[in-house]
Write a protein that binds this ligand. Sequence first.
Ligand code: HMG
Ligand code: MG
Length: 360
Amino acid sequence: TFADHVRIVEVGPRDGLQNEKSSISPETKIHLVRRLAATGLKTIEAGSFVHPKWTPQMASSDKVLQNILQQPPHTSQPITYQWLLPNMKGLDNFFSIQAQNSTQGDTSYPTPPQSPRHDSGPAQNTSTQNPNDMPSATSGAAAMDSKSSPEQPKHEVSIFLSATESFSQKNTNCSIAESLERFQPLITSARDKGFGVRAYISVALGCPFEGPDVDPHKVAELAASLLEMGADEISVADTTGMGTAPRTRELLRTLTAAGIRNDDLALHFHDTFGQAMVNTLVGLEHGVRTFDSAVGGLGGCPYSPGATGNVATEDLVYSLESLGVNTGIDLSEISKIGDWITGEIGKPNESRAGKATLAK
Ligand code: HMG
Ligand code: MG
């Protein structure tokens, strides 16, 4: 039913923190991810394997991944961690940490790809071959702990490309066609090793360099290509927050007309113009059931000047619950986390629902 089928992807530890200028310690990031994992969230994008010169704040993502692999947080629900990466180098770095922490000690996992998310559901937990099911640590209490945990975490990779050439060059130093060329072997390699793949399409509702009128047919064409290549899910991203309700609706209709299923889509709204919740409702009405958000309304892309945070997870939870959705997320706890992490990095708490919840 509708009530149980809306999924929130928490991107705060990655999108939320990547743009912060002052260095945030790996310990703080780890603490953030571990606290988020305890709120009932089912998916957390926990870091990225990008070039450290391009996005220095994410350079410690290896430590965050290592920590999760060595001591998987105990959760009351199955949980998936996503790791953003732009190319094979990022994937190799991700694989090498996975390998260091696996009992196999190498990356040659002879496994079939995970089935696509939309029909995998509980099956994700039944595969015994997937590397994501392997005990994560090699020795000691952490290994025992994780092995006996009924809720062994899964890991997936997220890739990203742009709907405009200008943003593609700024964000990834290559053309859109070059991005697609990079992704085919990357997706194949990730899936061969049993990792699911999410793909973002940035600036789908407005580009900082080319303006708001991004061609929805281009977005649809890219989504179709990425799915064809084996991506499990497309996250359509309003990087600049320029999206409006009518243009969001038009984009979703164009995607549907091009044969893209709502089950294969996620929506990723930044709230720069305060339209993220409105656009979320348009997405829900259209039948999309996966939405990205960041605790405390943190976020911004370093290569999208002026863009601010993602829609706040607290606001999304509050709104979805009012519509009868069981998010399974503890609003009080997530509000505390939003308040803590924004304070920790010296930012205002951008979540209205979070602040109001704490004031009660
Ligand atoms: P490049 O300089 O063209 O890379 O950057 P290159 O392939 O020419 O390689 C140059 C050097 O970088 C080489 O090292 C590579 O090994 C190294 P050298 O031989 O000179 O010693 N290198 C790497 N090192 C570590 N990790 C890697 C990596 N790749 C190459 N992955 C590149 C191209 C794509 C790497 C660069 O542009 C980059 O890292 N871009 C990422 C920028 C970023 O982090 N943006 C924010 C995330 S996307 C986002 O926020 C949008 C999203 O939220 C959705 C939305 O809202 O739109 C997802
Ligand atoms: Mg983003």
